[in-house]
Design a protein. Structure first.
Lengths: 207, 636
């Protein structure tokens, strides 16, 4: 499948521990299986201790692009945490950038300690809408918690992505990669999380 | 799950650069692999250790990088193929051996992979290891991508074997810790038998002779590099500007040229073999343009070497204008990005490029600064280091003589900032806290009357602190050594070390007892659980009062991430909302503002503290710090 733009640039962002790296790896392998050249650049190291994390995914049919997206060239930002999307749009967004956002905030230690304030969620969402051409919002954490573990949030978000018809990824591609990359004992739950994400974003689009 | 053992030649996988290097070694038939963990290199041995049994490879987490290189070199001397991997700082540790091994030569292919960390994303420095290739007269390869990382590693074994010297591969974070497509090759089917030929001792003497032999090998290497497919040119026949690059610079240069549509005006020379220089190839390339731009991380390594070569052949290639770090065109610190090159080429070649309107940039920057609060790094909820630094801070304050902590590399390095209450006052190499304390501990004779403390982790203790302790005990240095034993190499991903009782291959072995080792040296040794805050404070205060010699305090409590998985919470912890006096207390939010555990939340609406049960790991330490005794705990 030809891409609308080549390379197609995606940023997955969140906070250390949210499963950012795994989500990008699964998505990347799904696309490699479909024949694309994929490069992923990840922030690591100190960012695991409560810091911001982001993965750059470059998808192409023509070249193995660099692991860093140039300024202003993100096509889609997937945010596992809402304020992190704003942080990513500052260097990488443009008026055509789209955003798929998990609504649930994670408070930084500075906020927890009472040294700074977390913004009103409404204010964050308004800014996101102004800075993006399209925004999809869902509470992936709530869906994951209903399933018994907030760690499913990243898979819920991948399921949501699959419903947007931006990239050729579907449940079958996910199942195939999940069998190779994830442990077998939670396979059914992961497939269910993917499915729930798909439904949640469709529901959002209908409202 | 590790994919690097997949036996399916031709299949394309999405591999991390480090996994591609590991796969390249497997395809080359490597039999012995060793490393000490350090980002961005840890996944090389990490992924190999997962497939070691199945592929019948010996894989080891060694005590430090020098031993790792020695382990891999032994395989080579017995005719097998060996691999040692390390981060840039690790090559410093291994270099003493390396600079003798180059002279003695090797037998089976020996590859040393060093992963540099431009911008020090997870390091204490950003040194450019390529200097070691010149220093040691050894061949140097630099992968520019993922497939190449695999192919280069495989070839490095052949080259090493052909020349009889170790081959260096220098990767960087943006190759090692990035992922890309890699097409798999064949897996080897045969193992070599190890045999040491006792008739030919492996010696660097006579040195001048072996040194001369080494230079001859390097000349032979140069010839091999002239025709290497890892060096290539992409661009027009007569470019206005010629970019000369290696490593991640290749990807950034391609990106910039294609973004600006400069394919007809700019040519790019990619060098994969960067020492010794492939001079014939280079001469041909340099003749293409008068203007040459060097794109490399971090030091001007190619720049300096190519300039020197160009001066030598000036009459043949004509005068050149060289741009790079020397001319101030590109920064000589920090990592490069595609944006560095886009900006530079845009100005240099006068093209227009606006990826987004200026008004958008301003709005997006404002939105981020107003509504994306900073995320300062901190210790995890229930981290024993927080408790340790709390006790140290209190003990030093009570002592009142302005004592100080000399630091080291690990999670506990965060002790330099708010997470560790700014207690750690120096940060250098592995084991350097203990080493510096040996010196500070002798300065009493020149008037130093402050208590001296050094800190190291359990893995660091084995890696580099033991010689410092031997020295301290023997020469009578006066300091207090704190060993923060959290039973894990937590910073780099929980690799086993000699205290954990596990090996890289998953075998259970007898752990090496830290206290026993220190006692054998003749040091006074105490052990405490830092979660018992009062007891820790008492012992620390006592040890600070003692006068002479090295005293050791082992602060033992498992890493919260490991403990959480294994046994869950120690205590149920909550804040009694009646007892908490909030802002009226006078403690000035000690529990949240200063203690800074992610599990303790300052609730602005009620004006009191509360425990976030989703985050609290139940260490119970905060119950000891509240002056109003409002934080309560109960064994769970």
């Amino acid at each position: 499948m030809l891409l609308e733009k080549d390379p197609w640039n995606l940023v997955i962002t969140g906070v250390g521990g949210q499963g950012n790296v795994l989500a990008s790896q699964i998505l990347g392998q799904m696309l490699v299986d479909k024949g694309y050249l994929v490069t992923i650049g990840e922030t690591y190291g100190a960012s695991q201790r409560g810091g911001s994390v982001m993965s750059h995914l470059r998808v192409s049919t023509r070249d193995q692009f660099s692991p860093l997206i140039p300024e202003g060239q993100a096509d889609l930002v997937i945010g596992l945490e809402p304020t992190e999307v704003l942080r990513v749009l500052a260097p990488y967004g443009n008026p055509g950038t789209m955003a798929l956002v998990n609504l649930r905030p994670i408070h930084p230690i500075d906020v927890i300690a009472g040294d700074s304030r977390y913004p009103q969620l409404q204010d964050v969402l308004e800014k996101l809408k102004k800075l993006s051409s399209r925004v999809w919002i869902l509470n992936a954490t709530a869906i994951a918690l209903e399933m018994g573990d907030p760690l499913y949030s990243n898979i819920v978000m991948l399921g949501a992505l699959s419903a947007l018809d931006l990239l050729p990824v579907d449940q079958e591609a996910f199942r195939s990669v999940a069998q190779r990359l994830m442990s077998a004992h939670r396979m059914e739950e992961n497939l269910a999380a993917f499915q729930k994400g798909k439904l949640a974003v469709r529901e959002y689009e209908e409202n | 799950m590790s994919l690097i053992k997949t036996d399916a030649p031709g299949r394309k996988l999405l591999l991390m650069g480090n996994e591609a290097i590991a796969r390249g070694a497997i395809e080359a038939g490597v039999q012995v692999c060793a490393a000490y963990p350090g980002n961005p290199s840890s996944e090389i041995i990490g992924s190999l250790s997962q497939v070691a049994d199945e592929l019948n490879i010996y894989v080891e987490w060694s005590v430090n990088e020098k031993v790792a290189l020695e382990v891999a070199a032994a395989a080579s001397l017995a005719g097998l193929r060996g691999l040692a991997a390390m981060k840039q700082n690790g090559l410093n540790v291994a270099s003493d051996f390396l600079l003798n091994l180059n002279l003695t030569g090797t037998k089976g292919g020996l590859v040393v992979v060093v992963c540099d960390d431009p911008s020090a994303l997870s390091s204490s420095n950003e040194e450019d290891s390529r200097a070691f290739a010149r220093l040691a007269d050894l061949p140097l390869l630099e992968p520019s991508g993922f497939q190449e990382a695999k192919e280069m590693t495989r070839w490095a074994f052949e080259l090493s074997e052909e020349l009889g010297v170790p081959c260096l591969i220098r990767s960087v974070t943006r190759v090692s810790h990035a992922r890309g497509n890699v097409e798999l090759g064949e897996l080897p089917r045969e193992k070599r038998l190890a045999r040491f030929d006792t008739s030919k001792p492996i010696l660097p003497v006579p040195v001048v002779w072996t040194h001369k032999l080494l230079h001859e090998k390097l000349q032979k290497c140069k010839k091999r590099f002239e025709t290497s497919g890892f060096n290539l040119y992409r661009g027009p026949e007569k470019p206005q500007l010629l970019i000369l690059t290696s490593g991640a610079g290749w990807m950034y240069a391609l990106e910039a040229v294609s973004n600006l549509g400069l394919e007809d005006r700019v040519g790019i020379v990619k060098l994969g073999t960067t020492w010794p220089l492939p001079e014939g190839f280079l001469k041909e390339q340099l003749a293409k343009s008068q203007k040459v731009l060097f794109v490399e991380e971090v030091d001007p390594f190619l720049e300096a070497n190519v300039k020197a070569f160009a001066a030598q052949v000036q009459q043949e290639i004509g005068p050149k204008l060289f741009l790079g770090k020397g001319s101030g065109t590109l920064p000589d610190t920090g990592e490069l990005t595609p944006d560095h090159l886009i900006k530079l080429l845009k100005e240099e070649l006068q093209v227009s490029y606006e990826p987004r309107p200026a008004s958008y940039i301003q709005e997006a920057l404002e939105a981020a600064s107003q509504s994306a609060p900073a995320r300062t790094l901190g210790f995890c909820a229930g981290c024993p280091h927080r408790a340790t630094y709390w006790a140290v801070k209190k003990a030093l304050a009570l002592d009142g003589r302005d004592g100080f902590v000399l630091g080291d590399i690990g999670c506990y390095s965060l002790g330099m900032g708010p997470a560790g209450f700014f207690q750690m006052k120096t940060l250098h190499a592995m084991g350097s806290g203990a080493g510096l304390a040996n010196g500070f501990g002798q300065l009493g004779r020149f008037g130093l009357d402050q208590p001296v403390l050094a800190v190291c982790g359990d893995s660091t203790f084995y890696h580099a602190a033991i010689p410092a302790l031997v020295n301290a005990r023997y020469n009578g240095a006066d300091f207090l050594m704190l060993i923060l034993d959290n039973s894990a190499t937590a910073m780099t991903g929980f690799q086993p070390h000699p205290g954990t009782g596990k090996t890289a291959m998953g075998e259970t072995v007898n752990p090496i007892d830290i206290e026993g080792l220190c006692k054998a040296l003749g040091a006074e040794v105490h052990t405490v659980d830092p979660f018992e805050l009062d007891r820790t404070l008492e012992i620390l205060s006592g040890l600070l009062q003692e006068k002479k010699g090295v005293r050791v305090l082992v602060l033992r409590q498992e890493c919260a991430l490991v403990r959480g998985k294994r046994q869950g919470r120690l205590f149920k912890v909550w804040v009694d909302q009646d007892r908490c006096l909030g802002l009226g207390c006078g403690c000035n939010r000690l529990c949240t503002r200063v203690f800074r555990c992610p599990g303790l939340v300052w609730d602005a609406s009620s004006g009191k503290a509360r425990v976030d049960e989703a985050i609290c790991t139940g260490c119970g330490v905060c119950a000891s710090i509240c002056p109003a005794s409002a934080i309560l705990k109960e064994a769970s």
